[in-house]
Ligand binder design. Structure first.
Ligand SMILES: *[C@@H]1O[C@H](CO)[C@@H](O)[C@H](O)[C@H]1NC(C)=O
Length: 508
């Protein structure tokens, strides 16, 4: 009986807290509490149950997620693919017989010494960085050392699997291929190692196969890790590659050409961000060619574009004006959304960084701006963009122009369920390993007129409408001790697509 008393006290405490933020809430919470108590008593048989909300949300997802009426049969994915080699950064530098020393940033790495200096520079700050290594031969020697570095095999929890499928397109392809009814085509620079790691169900056109893999070395370090005089204030990673194929999106034309024969009913494109690193002279021309290639996809086949981290505002602005209007759907996270509005002069462009969980009202304003200014929110518009799948650690939003998409509630919930399981390395949500971090009360916009909204844990997808756009929000059950978060955004977008349905009227 004391367990129930503890539980009630906890819930009462929770309500007191909620009351301060929303005086209307307690009646509804009480209602919800009284509905859930009987079942809590059963599950809380061995100890008190402080995770009632998480449990309710996970259960509610299970019953609300349903397959779309019409599923995709054939999905073509391109064009960035590589092999991620994850190693201890310090361990690798030691294996390369490098001595600790002082740090110094280099825009491009030309030698092992440059690598050491840049690594030490970023490790001392605990900041993430990604650099191009210019010398092909030296890079390959480092990659071989990394792949053979024994420390890579004893990494905790990874059980010797130090090589991973990398690149957004390959990761999205892998996730889609977990669906047995789906035919998946992957185009990108696929070397022998990557080919071996890909799901058998994935078809790679022969023109996409290349002799060598594109290795991306991910040099990890732990919080507090020390090497000579430098110490990492927090855990992070330093990434290096000598990846010309992905940098030039060299598989793009092959990809577009292969669509004729493969006849997909959905095309997923990623890797545009890779070109940015090649410098303006190259990307100006190459982006123009990419726009031409993408426009060649048949009108009735929807195209989803997965964005990734970019740093050049001009480049982002070009994508906003030239690429977004010719795709039907985009997937992006909070960093990319903020950079998008800063680059394109959208709402809240003055926000320099999200402080903690991104404010839902601000996110909603930016999503609406993208769809109204660069999408098809009005039937008179020439643009094709009608869907945005936004993901951040604590919650996801699916914003769609009315009349073009169906099953959004399932799609956004399915994406959040994947985020809640995959980060913990699990197939199902484990309530003891996750935490709700999303606000349960929020506004539909940052400025007036705005609606006061809440998440109902028993029906955890909140819907609101602005203009011709519908928003579907669901919280994420955030993994407390994530094993591996690389590719999480790709998995979320892939899952969201699998549960999405384009309505026939919009294909006309
Ligand atoms: C919404 O759609 C209507 C017609 O269906 C159109 O007249 C109107 O301009 C659209 N609104 C916006 C903000 O695009």
């Amino acid at each position: 009986m004391w367990r129930k008393a503890v539980l009630v006290a906890l819930l009462a405490f929770g309500m007191g807290f909620l009351y301060q933020t929303d005086p209307e809430l307690p009646a509804r919470v009480l209602n919800y509490v009284s509905q859930s108590l009987p079942h809590l008593e059963i599950t809380a048989s061995s100890e008190p149950h402080p995770q009632a909300l998480e449990e309710t949300i996970a259960r509610a997802w299970q019953s609300l997620i349903s397959a779309p009426a019409r599923r995709w049969q054939r999905v073509a994915v391109g064009v960035n693919a590589c092999v991620d080699v994850v190693v201890s950064g310090v361990g690798l530098l030691q294996a390369l017989a490098l001595e600790p020393g002082s740090g110094r940033d280099h825009e491009v790495l030309h030698s092992k010494e440059d690598l050491k200096e840049a690594f030490v520079h970023y490790m001392g700050k605990g900041a993430a960085a990604e650099r191009f290594f210019s010398d092909k031969e030296v890079f390959q020697r480092i990659a071989r050392a990394a792949a053979e570095y024994p420390g890579a095999q004893v990494r905790q929890n990874l059980k010797g699997k130090e090589l991973y499928v990398g690149g957004n397109a390959a990761l999205i392809g892998q996730k889609l291929a977990s669906n047995p009814q789906l035919s998946v085509l992957l185009c990108g620079p696929v070397g022998p190692k990557l080919h071996e790691m890909l799901d058998e169900q994935i078809v790679v056109p022969p023109e996409s196969l290349q002799e060598n893999d594109e290795f991306h070395l991910i040099l990890e370090y732990k919080s507090g890790e020390q090497w000579g005089p430098s110490q990492a204030p927090q855990a992070n990673r330093f990434i290096l590659s000598h990846d010309l194929s992905n940098g030039e999106m060299s598989a793009l034309e092959t990809f577009i050409a292969s669509l004729e024969e493969f006849q997909p009913d959905l095309v997923v494109l990623s890797g545009l961000h890779m070109m940015e690193g090649m410098g303006r002279d190259l990307w100006e021309e190459r982006l123009q060619e990419a726009v031409v290639a993408i426009s060649e996809v048949k009108n009735e086949v929807p195209v989803h574009l997965e964005l990734a981290s970019m740093t050049d505002q001009d480049y982002m602005n070009r994508i906003l004006h030239q690429v977004m209007p010719i795709v039907n759907s985009i997937g992006l996270n909070e960093q990319e959304l903020l950079f998008l509005t800063q680059s394109g002069g959208g709402p809240h462009a003055d926000v320099t960084s999200w402080n903690g969980v991104p404010d839902v009202g601000r996110v909603s304003d930016i999503l609406l701006w993208v769809l109204e200014n660069h999408g098809r929110s009005s039937p008179q518009s020439e643009a094709d963009l009608t869907r945005i799948h936004f993901h951040t650690l604590a919650y996801h939003i699916m914003a769609t122009v009315d009349g073009h998409w169906a099953n959004q509630e399932s799609a956004v919930a399915a994406g959040a369920r994947v985020a809640s399981t995959q980060a913990c390395g699990l197939q199902n949500v484990d309530i003891s390993k996750v935490l709700l971090k999303a606000p349960l009360n929020f506004y539909s916009s940052f400025s007036e007129p705005r609606e006061n909204l809440r998440v109902d844990p028993t029906r955890p997808v909140t819907v609101w409408h602005r203009g011709n756009v519908s928003f579907h929000l669901t919280p994420v059950l955030v993994c407390k001790h994530p094993l591996r978060t690389v590719g999480l955004g790709d998995a979320i977008s892939a899952e969201g697509l699998m549960f999405s349905e384009i309505t026939p009227t919009s294909e006309l």
